[in-house]
Design a binder for this molecule. Structure first.
Ligand code: SF4
Length: 85
């Protein structure tokens, strides 16, 4: 899995605190089974986790709908999760 360098160095302490609070609030709105994935995406800057979480969020956390996504011009279409054997 690809992991980006720690971006926290580029954020001010105030921005870090705001981001942390918003992530905590957002986690509460996400189906429990996907909270760990979301936190991984947000806290580790892992690109695969970020793509998976974004696609799931885009399609209301319905894994099957990510596979069936028909938005052919989305920049993530070719790398969306659950489509490779
Ligand atoms: S590929 Fe489909 S599911 Fe993923 S972000 Fe784009 S439109 Fe949403």
């Amino acid at each position: 899995m690809k992991t980006r360098p720690d971006l926290k160095q580029a954020e001010s302490p105030a921005m870090q605190a705001l981001r942390k609070q918003r992530i905590e609030n957002r986690v509460k709105e996400i189906p429990k089974k996907y909270r760990k994935l979301y936190k991984k995406a947000m806290e580790t800057n892992n690109e695969e986790a970020a793509i998976e979480a974004l696609c799931l969020e885009c399609i209301c956390w319905q894994k099957k709908e990510v596979v069936n996504c028909s938005y052919l011009t989305c920049p993530l279409f070719g790398v969306r999760p659950y489509t490779r054997n």
